[in-house]
Design a protein. Structure first.
Length: 198
């Protein structure tokens, strides 16, 4: 038996109302919003990286920090990028943060030494202090100012503002060069520490 097919013609008012209600419902669902390509083309969103999840996963947008941007553009070496991530990891361990949020969950210590629960934080603090000491005072101040706010607060001020405040450099090219130099100094400090240096 064949089903009756509706004759092509104007939709009934009930069909139109159902279709509009379904469209309104889709518009309210954040999963269907997608990424506004026009908005991402604005200069304010230069730090946003778009990745295609494939197989119906859609597009994902993630704001990159200055170190990821410099590395992606080939202006920061792999060693310097890894050194900055290592410093950020130690800062997160020092502040017991996860994903940039301070962790206030209670700690239960059942060990014989009550201080054992803070050993990881002490080790992180000593690694940070040793690496920044070998990096040099100007580079250490700059990296600490950028990384602390980014890791602890989950967001940092504009890195150019921080570079200008810490070094006095006003030119954009000079600010980028100073930050890249600080990252390379940090990479050198970590490689010296890994070799068993001071």
């Amino acid at each position: 038996m064949s089903r009756k097919r509706r004759a092509i013609g104007p939709a009934t008012p009930m069909e139109i109302a159902r279709r509009r209600a379904a469209e309104r419902e889709r518009d309210r669902d954040p999963a269907s919003w997608g990424i506004a390509r026009e908005a991402l083309d604005l200069a304010a969103h230069a730090a946003v990286a778009i990745t295609d999840e494939g197989r119906g996963g859609g597009l994902k947008a993630r704001r990159q920090d200055v170190f990821a941007l410099l590395h992606a553009r080939g202006k920061l070496s792999q060693q310097a990028h890894e050194a900055v991530r290592r410093l950020q990891g130690d800062i997160a361990a020092l502040h017991r943060t996860g994903l940039g949020v301070i962790d206030f969950t209670p700690r239960v210590d059942s060990s014989r030494m009550p201080e054992a629960s803070s050993d990881a934080r002490r080790r992180a603090a000593s690694r940070i202090e040793a690496a920044l000491r070998l990096t040099g005072p100007a580079s250490a101040r700059l990296l600490a100012a950028i990384c602390e706010a980014d890791v602890v607060l989950g967001r940092a001020d504009d890195w150019r503002v921080i570079v200008q405040r810490e070094t006095g450099e006003r030119l954009a090219d000079g600010q980028g060069a100073i930050l890249r130099t600080a990252c390379e100094n940090l990479a050198g400090a970590y490689s010296m520490l890994d070799r068993g240096g001071p």
